[in-house]
Every structure is written in C-alpha cells, then in structure tokens.
Write a protein that binds this ligand. Structure first.
Ligand code: ATP
Ligand code: MG
Length: 678
C-alpha cells in the first residue's frame, strides 16, 4: 500500500530513497563510512518485497552470515513480514551460497554432493602432506612452508593471475621454485578431488565454472529476480565473475561499497571491482551518499585528516549534522599495563554515565594484541567477548569432535580420519595408512574401521570406534550424534588437553547448535563456512541483562558501530603492522584499516599507544623496547585530537605469574571458563 510505503521511506534521505526505489537494472552505491549504505540495502530489500518480489527470489550477499541475518530481519520488520523475509530470502556470504548451490547442482559438474569443506588449517595440512609426498620439504630446507604454499595457490586462483606473475609480485623470494610449485598445486588439486573435499577457494571456483556452462548459467541466474551485494570493495575477481555470470537472465543487481575501506587485498580482493562495475553492467545508475549519520563531527574530522594521506581515493570527505561532542583522544601510555588500566577506567566511566558495555568496543590490529587486556578484564571481573582471531571451531577439541562426523559423512576424507585415529595410543602414520586402505577395500564403509589391522593396544579402540560410527550412520538427529561423539570422546579430552572441563562445555554448546540443523551435512558445511565468530554467537539470543565489552580485530569490526571505540596499540609496528608494511600498497591498506577503525565510533573515540613494551618471551624476560606512535597519526591528524598522557601503573597490576601468560590458547580457555561459572 502506498501509504505504508511512504511512512518508512521517510526514514531515508533523498539519495538513499532514490537508491531504495530504483526500478530494474544495475545500481551502484558508492559512498563513505556510516552514510547508510547497509541501511539502504536493507530498505531496498524491503521495497522490492513490498512491490511484490517474492522473498525467495532475492539474493543478498554480505561479508558475514550475521550481517545478512540482521539486514533481512530489518527488511522484514519494515514491511511487516518478518518471518517470511528472514527465512525465505537467500542471504549469506558468497561461500555459503556457493555451498548451497553446489549441493544441489553438484551432479551437473561431476562433483558428488556429499563433499566436505576444508577450513584453512585442514587445507594447510593437506598441502603439507602433498608437499611431503613429493619430497619437496626434505630436498631443500628453504622450500616455502605449507602456509606460504597455500597462500600462493589461493592468490593465483582468487586473483585470476598467472603463477609467475604472482610470484614476481608478491613472493619474489619463492620464484626459483615455480616448477615445483606448479607440480605441488596440480597434485593438491588431484588429491582434493580424490578425497571429495573442497577448500574455500574451490567453492567459488566451482560456482564460477558452473556459470561457464550456458545451460547451468541460465538455471542459476534464473533463480533470482534481484541480487544485492554489500561491501563490494572487499570482493575478489572470482566473485565479480560470479556476479556477472549470475546476471545473464536480467541485470537487476545492486552493489554497495567504499573504496576507502578496502581491507582485504591480502586475500586478493580488489577495489577495481567497484570501479569496473559500470563497465561490467552497462546502464548502471550510480548513487552517491554524502551525509554520515554515525559519528560526531569531531570524530569525522580526525578520520578525514587520516584518510587524506591516501594516494588514491574516490569517495569524498565525510560530514555529519552532529557537530557536538568532544575531540577524539590520543593517549600516550608509559607501557602496556597502563594502557590496559587506562582503557578499563574509561570503559567503566562511560558505563557509569549510562553507556552499556555492549555499546563500547576495543579494536586492535592483530588478535593477540588484546592478550594483556584480557587478563586485566578478567582480573577486574568485567565480562567481554572477543571477535576475530582463534575461533571456536578452530580449537583442537571442537575440530576433533567434528572429525567423527566428517568420516561418517565423507569416508574418503583422509584428514578427518587422521584426526580421529590420531587420538588413539600407539597409532602413527603407518597405522593410519593401513586403516584407510582397509576402509577403501570395504567400499568406503566407515564401519570397516572396526576390523582394521592395528597395534594390539589400539584394536579394542578401533572396534569401539566402529560401533560409534555405525550408530552415527543410523539417522539419529544431529544433536544426538554430537552427544554420542562427546561421550565417546570425553576421556580423550581429559587425557590430551589442559582445562578439559571448559572444553567439554564447548562440546555441549556444539550439541546445542547442532539441534538447529536438520541434517549432518548441512550442519558440517554451515559451521565450516561461516563459523560463529565467538562463543557468544552460540548462545542464542542474549538475555536482556547480559552485558559485555566487545573486543575485536579491526577486520572483524567491519560494518559495525559502537557509541565508544578504543583503538589500542596505535604504535608503529602494531598499526601499521610490521608484517604488512613491506610495500607502498600494503602500507596504504594499513592506512585504510586504521580509517575503518576510527569510523566505527559514534560519540567517543580514544586512540592509545604504549611507549614501552615488555617482552614476554622467556629468554627475554625483563627486557623491554621503546615504540613510536603510529606514523598515520601525523601532525595534521593530531591537530584534530586532544592529547593526553596516561599515568603509569603499579607493576603488580600485571597480575599473574609469567608462565601463566605465555600460552595464548590456554589463556583464552581460562578466561572463558571464568564466565561459564557465572
Ligand atoms: P559502513 O561503511 O561502516 O559499512 P554504512 O554506509 O553501511 O557504513 P550504515 O551502517 O548503514 O552505514 O549506517 C550508519 C548509521 O547511520 C546507522 O546507525 C544507521 O541506522 C544510520 N542512518 C543511516 N541513514 C540514516 C537516515 N537517513 N536517518 C537516520 N539514521 C540513518
Ligand atoms: Mg555497511
């Protein structure tokens, strides 16, 4: 109804309304941070539905599953059809949509639909195995490590660049091994096909390949009347090719992006995708948004001064109608301990003023940069959740548990077998190889493991494993399968890992999420593709009175906003990271990353850097070094900020004995365990 439309269209400015109500054909929204790009996309989905487009004929591509869910909920609320929009529209990341399409059309491209998906660590292990089989590692010690090999492979396939170019440009020291790498990659691909596994890159490659078959392209593109993409500046060439391929039937495509926030070129994303969009989709209407609705003017003044250092930029300076508010603070701290203390004090002060913890976030360049702050927060009893870095699903015990389900789902998945069998005493690579051959002889029936030859010590366990796998294959609900695995696996957790109780609780959480899935296959695939980024994601909707501080890497903070933002470790070597400051392009990306961090803040922005760092490594215990403030905070940028010097803190505030602070994973477990008891 037109009247109803009018009401919610009033919540948009004229440029946003133009984009939201755009009819057929390609549309590009190119605009700076906080100008309402994401909001405009959500309203456009609502508008399309109110105009009669069925929700299941809309595809919304975002950077995380959570973003898609939030936008679809928003759209559903706007048009008063919450359930149908959220449940029926297609929303998610390129990878998760690829997975869904491949399961359906696998047969058409010679793939069997029960393929399993390898995460980064699995893929590295597999390439490591192939590298070992080829004798490449032993022949020359300087042959690139497996993570580097995978990085090169991924660059080539995602950037659609040739191997020699990738080597010359990004990995010049590896260039002498071009031929060996080519062989390695060929074998890696063969091995994946033999095992019926796909890595993340494959999901996109297979999708693109399907679109190269005209008949399939027609069918796939015919599934959707409209496709919308958020954060287009962080897509790679393969994703752009997919988008083109998906629009052979009609050209209804909307993309949204900001070149100044492009922060994934290390994964072969390219801003060119936004710039080339009008060429890829002739007749594109371009809408620009100028007003920032997120931040106060003093915060934008700092962000503008910072990004003014960029050499290439298309979007304009940001402005907002929110002139009030204090200048951002640039805080010099004597050392890390005083940085922690300063941040905690400010967080609590704002909390006292009525800003809940959840509307405040501490951002940092690398996941481990928050280690000492986490200790301080735990010591002071302040709850927090961390995003980015080691994720729940990457922890050893969760991977172990999932491996049991993976071998039942895809008995050819060698990596999963390695993981499961590796739990048993006295089982080494030779036994695993024999066991795999035995399972293969049994026609890939996982139950055959029960009679596999093995050392006497392991025979009993192999027989029990066979019984477990047989139960798992009987069509129990997924949660019940996880429960069986947990019971089988618990004694191993106790034997193999520290803090077994906290880990077992993680497995209970896993059981709880499993209950939301109808099949083991969709459970495994969804988790692998878009894993919950923190344990809080697993807990279901938070209770009203739950409140916690957000800790996040800058990469994981993309698209988000908070009332108060603290950017810590703004020291050279940390931000920019000295691992990513090798070339002018990398440095420029670090600058954009800093810009992303600053533009997350609505009302309060605090940037801190410690002058002195204590080394934690045992051999350097007691040693320290001096830092420089981040080079991005030039005189011009500082001129827009208030400068503060934090007081030093007593050394005792560092708290726990040194040994307890060295193991990062253990620390995370302990901290989690603490909140679990609450
Ligand atoms: P980013 O570049 O960081 O992803 P964005 O351009 O996607 O930012 P949004 O997150 O959509 O921006 O919007 C930023 C904030 O401004 C949100 O809180 C949003 O609700 C608000 N906002 C956007 N447009 C309007 C408007 N017309 N009226 C009021 N508030 C708005
Ligand atoms: Mg956005």
């Amino acid at each position: 109804m037109p009247d109803q439309d009018l009401r919610w269209l009033d919540e948009l400015n004229p440029a946003q309304r133009e984009a939201v109500t755009h009819g057929e054909g390609p549309l590009l929204i190119i605009a700076g941070a906080g100008t309402g790009k994401t909001r405009t996309l959500a309203y456009r989905v609502a508008h399309l539905i109110s105009r009669g487009v069925p929700p299941d004929r809309i595809l919304l591509l975002t950077f995380t599953r959570r973003a898609a869910e939030e936008m679809l909920s928003r759209a559903g609320a706007v048009v008063g059809k919450l359930g149908p929009v959220r449940e029926r529209a297609w929303g998610g990341t390129f990878h998760s949509v690829a997975n869904r399409l491949l399961r359906t059309y696998a047969g058409a491209v010679g793939l069997s639909p029960e393929f399993t998906v390898l995460d980064q660590a699995d893929a590295e292990n597999l390439i490591g195995l192939v590298r070992h089989d080829l004798g490449l590692a032993s022949r020359d010690k300087r042959f690139p490590r497996r993570a580097t090999c995978l990085g090169i492979y991924s660059r080539v396939v995602n950037g659609s660049e040739e191997l020699p170019d990738v080597l010359a440009r990004y990995f010049p020291w590896v260039a002498p091994w071009e031929e060996e790498l080519r062989t390695l990659f060929r074998r890696y691909v063969e091995r994946k096909q033999k095992l019926n596994v796909l890595d993340f890159d494959d999901l996109l490659l297979y999708w693109r390949e399907m679109l190269a078959v005209p008949d399939l392209a027609r069918r796939l593109s015919g599934l959707f009347d409209h496709i919308l993409v958020d954060e287009y500046q962080d897509t790679n060439r393969v994703q752009a090719a997919i988008l083109r391929g998906m629009r052979t039937g009609n050209s209804n495509v909307t993309a949204v992006g900001d070149d100044a926030q492009s922060i994934y070129s290390f994964r072969a994303a390219t801003v060119r995708n936004i710039l080339d969009f009008p060429r890829d989709f002739p007749g594109t209407r371009i809408v620009t948004l100028e007003e920032n609705y997120r931040s106060t003017m003093p915060i934008l003044a700092t962000a503008n001064a910072l990004i003014a250092q960029a050499h290439e930029r298309y979007t304009k300076n940001l402005w907002s109608r929110r002139p009030g508010g204090a200048k951002p603070l640039l805080v010099t701290c004597p050392d890390e301990g005083s940085q922690d203390a300063y941040v905690v004090e400010r967080v609590l002060a704002l909390y006292e003023e009525g800003i809940p913890l959840r509307r405040q976030a501490v951002l940092f360049r690398a996941a481990h940069h928050s280690a000492s702050l986490e200790v301080e927060l735990a010591r002071r009893g302040i709850p927090f959740h961390k995003y980015g870095g080691l994720r729940f699903l990457e922890t050893a015990h969760v991977k172990d548990a999932l491996a049991f389900l993976r071998v039942v789902e895809n008995p050819r998945d060698e990596l999963a077998w390695f993981r499961v069998l590796g739990l048993f005493d006295g089982v080494g690579p030779a036994t695993v190889s024999r066991a795999l051959a035995h399972v293969a002889e049994g026609g890939y029936d996982p139950r055959a493991i029960a009679t596999s030859p093995g050392p006497p010590a392991a025979r009993e366990e192999l027989a029990r494993l066979g019984r477990l796998l047989s139960e798992l294959g009987e069509g129990l609900p997924v949660a019940a399968q996880v429960e069986r695995v947990r019971r089988f696996y618990e004694p191993y957790v106790e034997r193999l890992y520290d803090y077994p109780q906290a880990r077992i609780r993680d497995l209970e959480s896993l059981e709880q999420i499993a209950s939301g899935y109808r099949s083991r296959r969709s459970f495994l695939a969804e988790l692998q593709l878009d894993p919950p980024s923190s344990t809080s994601d697993l807990a279901g909707p938070p209770h009203k009175d739950d409140d916690w501080l957000v800790l996040s890497t800058i990469h994981s903070a993309k698209g988000c906003e908070w009332d108060a933002v603290y950017v810590i470790h703004a020291a050279d070597g940390f931000l920019p990271s000295d691992l990513a400051a090798g070339s002018p392009e990398e440095l420029e990306e670090e600058l954009r990353l800093t810009y992303v961090a600053l533009t997350r803040a609505k009302d309060h922005l605090v940037v801190t850097w410690p002058v002195r760092y204590h080394y934690r490594r045992r051999e350097l215990a007691g040693a320290h070094g001096y830092a420089q403030p981040s080079r991005f905070f030039t005189e011009e940028v500082r001129g827009t900020m208030d400068r503060v010097v934090a007081e030093g803190v007593r050394p005792s505030a560092e708290g726990a004995p040194r040994e307890e602070r060295t193991g990062y994973v253990d620390l995370a477990t302990r901290i989690r365990a603490r909140w679990d008891r609450a």
